[in-house]
Ligand binder design. Structure first.
Ligand code: TYD
Length: 145
């Protein structure tokens, strides 16, 4: 995977405990390999639409780590200045998506399963779902500091 160039983002590699023919086990732990306290876990599966596009938003406060634990998908990241495309296709390699990072997921394989660890409970008011609002938010967020 290329070096991460966008802000508030990094590659997270979970250890793999090999049990030979009996499978592999990977472990995610708060503050060890996940850089926040995990308050929510969700997963996305049964993506039957070849043209599905998910995400298309940024968060004000929420931090997440996203894994592709089966199959593959394409992740596009945009911090408002720089963009980066990443293919996720290894169950132990995830991407930390910090605050203020516009992210879009697409090109899901039929068998794709996404697993996401999040730093907080679901809160729709933390989402920025409009790209021009995202750019405005980045420009104006420090106006009152
Ligand atoms: P959304 O975060 O937009 O999904 P994605 O980024 O994968 O496209 O969420 C899709 C819908 O599910 C939206 O109506 C909000 C709802 N939702 C919850 O109710 N709780 C959750 O924890 C999440 C992640 C989403």
């Amino acid at each position: 995977m290329d070096k991460i160039r966008v802000k508030n983002c990094k590659v997270i590699k979970l250890p793999i405990i090999q049990d030979g023919k009996d499978g592999c086990l990977s472990v995610a732990e708060s503050f060890h390999n996940i850089p926040f306290k995990i308050k929510r876990v969700y997963y996305i599966y049964n993506i039957n639409n070849k043209n599905a596009i998910r995400g298309m938003h940024a968060h004000k406060k929420l931090q997440q780590v996203i894994f592709c634990i089966n199959g593959s998908f394409f992740l596009r990241l945009n911090d408002g200045t720089k963009k980066q495309d990443i293919i996720l296709d290894e169950p132990n390699i995830g991407i930390y998506i910090g605050v203020e990072l516009w992210h879009t997921m697409k090109r899901f394989s039929e068998d794709c399963i996404l697993l996401v660890f999040a730093s907080d409970f679901y809160d729709e008011s933390d989402y920025i779902r409009n790209y021009s609002q995202f750019i405005k938010y980045l420009e104006h967020k420090n106006d009152f500091i």
